[in-house]
Design a protein around this ligand. Structure first.
Ligand code: ATP
Ligand code: MG
Length: 446
């Protein structure tokens, strides 16, 4: 690469070439974006059914928010944040790498827990992490997150997991996902465990990698989260937090397991599950799959009872989770590789009476929830039907002056020769189109 090209690559400003998206940040084009909206709609509906309300949060936050909540010695804060200084004020700012910190900040800032000591919230949007891009690992990716505040018992932990299980079932991916559970105990228990863990890891010092050595005294628990297979083997024999739990933490964990069993949700205990952020305590969990290769965690979460106070609020217990949407959609694509499109009608019309009636028919189709492209710009029926075909619509509704006079329309299937073309009253058209609604769209109303 010449020096000039390298600069162009860095600045994205080679005037001879069209601009491209930033590495690790991809466009979601219309043919895919429809499925995204369907999935988001189903998830929103699921959250609503459990009493969660939406909150919309800024993408840019003060850098201090993340260093204070996620933890200084974590992958995210050490190497994955997009941070910069505001050009005018010089304030250190960061593109949010996750949603919980901003959500807690907003709850504290607006005193939401003062007016309602129990709060159930969800959010959805892009997150940013400077990672090495690979399949299902991006620098801009989307999360849907759910947070419950003010509840300390295992019942809310269990209910959130039951909600996730319901969502997987509705999206048709339940059979690919396994639930892994662990508990991180409380601060006191972790401190006792920490001393023994450090001593154990020091005995294996020669096998520790650079990350592990750096974390040995600052954040040894994180080492258990290693992705290095050799180190994973050593971690498998390390002292387990489970053995350090006091009565209260043990009961919390046992009750969570009992509630899940009662609800018919299967799980495995994974003592090495520690999660990549510091604010967790007690219950932590991940939904994992073997079907997506290395990027196997689709949803993760747990309890974070100390975070509200840590960010300046009156202490309040909390728990929540986040779903990685790219990975969830990759799983769904395994099940339904065909495009999931909703029915679209192309409305062709010719003649003065036909055109004014066509406007009204189009509105009535839209009233019934059917996407309708009304032909614009005149032309012969032959030319209009060519456009109908190119538009990707499944049906054409054809209205000439004859149809305008009789109150019927011609319904023509554009992708189904057996259906052909049929003269139908508008109610007949609506009934036929309803039958063609995609299974995912139907799931929205189940
Ligand atoms: P991983 O171990 O895969 O790096 P994580 O522990 O860093 O995940 P969390 O912070 O728990 O991830 O985020 C919750 C979910 O968001 C993950 O389970 C995953 O589905 C998704 N996610 C996290 N980072 C990315 C990314 N860079 N690209 C796509 N999805 C991601
Ligand atoms: Mg990560």
């Amino acid at each position: 690469m010449t020096e000039k090209n390298e600069t162009a690559e860095k600045t994205g400003q080679d005037e001879r070439r069209p601009l491209q998206s930033v590495r690790g940040m991809k466009d979601i084009l219309p043919e895919e974006a429809g499925l995204w909206e369907t999935v988001e709609g189903i998830a929103r509906d699921c959250f609503r059914r459990y009493g969660y309300r939406p909150i919309r949060l800024p993408i840019v936050e003060h850098t201090a928010l993340f260093t204070r909540s996620i933890g200084e010695v974590t992958d995210i804060v050490e190497k994955e944040m997009y941070s910069f200084h505001d050009q005018l004020s010089g304030t250190p700012l960061t593109l949010r790498p996750e949603g919980t910190a901003g959500c807690v900040r907003a709850v504290v800032e607006h005193g939401l827990l003062a007016s309602a000591p129990i709060l159930r919230l969800y959010y959805l949007g892009p997150m940013f992490r400077h990672e090495n891009p690979q399949k299902d690992r991006y620098r801009q990716f989307y999360q849907m997150g759910v947070e419950a505040f003010g509840l300390s018992g295992p019942d809310i932990d269990a209910e959130q997991i039951v909600l996730q299980a319901r969502l997987w079932a509705r999206l048709g991916v339940a059979k690919h996902l396994r639930l892994q559970l662990n508990t991180l105990g409380d601060l006191n228990e972790r401190q006792k465990h920490r001393a023994d863990l450090i001593a154990y890891l020091e005995r294996h010092a020669e096998h520790l990698d650079e990350d592990a050595r750096r974390r040995l005294h600052s954040n040894p628990l994180r080492i258990l989260d290693t992705k290095n297979p050799a180190l994973q083997e050593i971690c498998a024999q390390a002292p387990r937090l489970l053995a350090y739990l006091n009565e209260e933490s043990r009961l919390h964990f046992e009750e969570l397991q009992r509630l899940l069993t009662e609800a018919g949700v299967r799980f495995e205990i994974n003592p090495r599950l520690v999660r990549g952020l510091d604010y967790y305590n007690r219950s932590v969990f991940e939904w994992v799959t073997e079907r997506l290769g290395a990027q196997g965690t689709v949803c993760a979460g747990g309890r974070y009872d100390g975070l509200v106070a840590q960010l300046g609020g009156k202490p309040a217990p909390a728990c929540g989770f986040a779903i990685g949407l790219e990975r969830l959609l990759s799983l769904m694509r395994l099940e339904a590789p065909s495009k999931e499109e909703s029915v679209t009608v192309y409305l062709a019309h010719r003649g003065a009476a036909a055109t004014s009636w066509a406007f009204r028919v189009a509105e009535q189709l839209r009233d019934a929830g059917i996407a309708t492209i009304l032909h614009c710009g005149g032309g012969s029926f032959k030319a209009q039907l060519k456009k109908a075909d190119a538009s990707g619509a499944q049906f054409a509704v054809i209205i000439g002056d004859d149809e305008a006079a009789t109150g019927k329309v011609q319904l023509k299937a554009l992708r189904d020769a057996a259906f052909g073309q049929q003269p139908l009253p508008l109610e007949g058209v609506l009934a036929t189109l309803r039958e063609c609604t995609s299974p995912h769209e139907q799931a929205l109303s189940t």
